[in-house]
Design a protein around this ligand. Structure first.
Ligand code: SAH
Length: 364
């Protein structure tokens, strides 16, 4: 537990938790006032180590569980669970407790471990034209509890399959570094209380420079992924509009400063869009940027997944391989991300939580 009653800061009394997973240990202790101190530990272990729902944490009496659930309800109401890849990819559609905000989480099973892809915002304000979340727009920030509960609920699902969640990627709906404090609160709990090492946690950003700088000041060694998609401003302005505010030069300076502090390899994500960013020129510009970082950035190539609001197709597999070879010829390692759950709209860039999207074509 990362906050004991003794460690509670004086002003945190004023911050009432909204939900069970937003509550600190100290706040849970308040609800359990009059109970022996070990009850909070039992509750905490039940919630975060065993990932049990409150009703199954039977080390607590039924009246205690009832009191807790009334005072601190959970945040996520399961609306739908969609399954793909013979059960290996599961997408959860949740409704947030305050009503109309749907969000999604994706659980991906691999041979011996599982990865959870979590959302950090309901919607997204970054407006990348090729991304379904961006097409649908922004609703609101998620709280620490709303982020953590996604990981707990997905882990619970994995446990039923006797699988362990080993990796967390902040690559669901939203821009993590536009909600950095809540993301960091969630990272601390996932690392400290759920026992998933920070080295197995990846924060992906569209390139919010101040957010990268804040992340550099945080103590835990999480991985940073930058959604680059274009290595010249003219094209990136078009694909990733926030580039107009944080152009490549500033973004690369922030990456370099981040590396100086963290010394952990950064990865670049590159959604491959046919005829738009998959040419020899793009490979050469990308290689140059990757090599400008020390250690050299690793490139993740993601064949563009279809979304309703973007007409241009993804690069075909032969083109993706050719692009990867061009990078490797220049000394840059690239992996091709296997697409999971495209048939249930669970793949990269497809999370819209059933939200209507703006239909239009925006290809260059
Ligand atoms: N906002 C953060 C987190 C989202 S991560 C970010 O941009 O990094 C989701 C990743 O999938 C990002 O790299 C995003 O650019 C990419 N993506 C978005 N739409 C996509 C699509 N249609 N096909 C493939 N990748 C896509």
């Amino acid at each position: 537990m990362n906050t004991t009653p003794q460690e509670q800061s004086p002003d945190s009394d004023a911050l009432r938790p909204r939900s069970l997973y937003d509550a600190t240990g100290a706040q849970l202790a308040e609800v359990l006032a009059g109970e022996p101190a070990y009850r909070v530990k039992q509750l905490w272990a039940g919630m975060y180590e065993q990932c049990k729902p409150l009703e199954d944490i039977t080390t607590l009496s039924a009246p205690l569980r009832k009191r807790l659930s009334e005072e601190l309800p959970t945040s996520l109401l399961l609306v739908r669970e969609s399954v793909s890849d013979k059960g290996d990819t599961v997408k959860f559609l949740w409704q947030l407790a305050d009503g109309n905000h749907p969000i999604e989480t994706v659980l991906m099973h691999y041979a011996d471990r599982a990865t959870v892809c979590v959302s950090t915002q309901a919607g997204c304000a970054m407006a990348c034209g090729f991304c379904a979340t961006g097409q649908a727009g922004f609703n609101r920030q998620l709280t620490v509890g709303e982020i953590v509960e996604q990981v707990v609920r997905a882990s619970r699902h994995a446990k039923q399959r006797k699988q362990r969640v080993a990796n967390i990627v902040f690559m669901g709906m939203g821009e993590p570094l536009a909600n950095e404090p809540a993301v960091w609160g969630a990272v601390e709990r996932i690392h400290g209380d759920m026992g998933i090492s920070a080295r197995h946690i990846t924060v992906s950003t569209v390139g919010i420079v101040p957010g990268i700088r804040t992340l550099a000041t945080r103590p835990l060694p999480v991985n940073l992924a930058v959604s680059l998609h274009a290595a010249r401003d003219e094209l990136r302005d078009d694909l990733v509009p926030i580039n107009k505010r944080y152009p490549l030069k500033d973004l690369m300076t922030a990456c370099r400063d981040y590396l100086r502090v963290k010394n952990r390899r950064i990865s670049f994500e590159w959604a491959m869009i046919a005829g738009v960013n998959d040419t020899a020129r793009d490979a050469s510009e990308l290689a140059k940027l990757a090599l400008s970082l020390q250690p050299t950035a690793h490139v993740n190539l993601i064949p563009l997944n279809p979304t309703p609001g973007f007409a241009t197709r993804g690069t075909d597999m032969a083109g993706v391989r050719r692009f990867a070879e061009r990078l490797s010829d220049r000394g840059v390692n690239a992996t091709v991300r296997r697409n999971r759950g495209t048939d249930i709209d669970a793949a990269c860039g497809q999370l819209a939580a059933g939200q209507p999207v703006v239909i239009g074509t925006k290809a260059k």
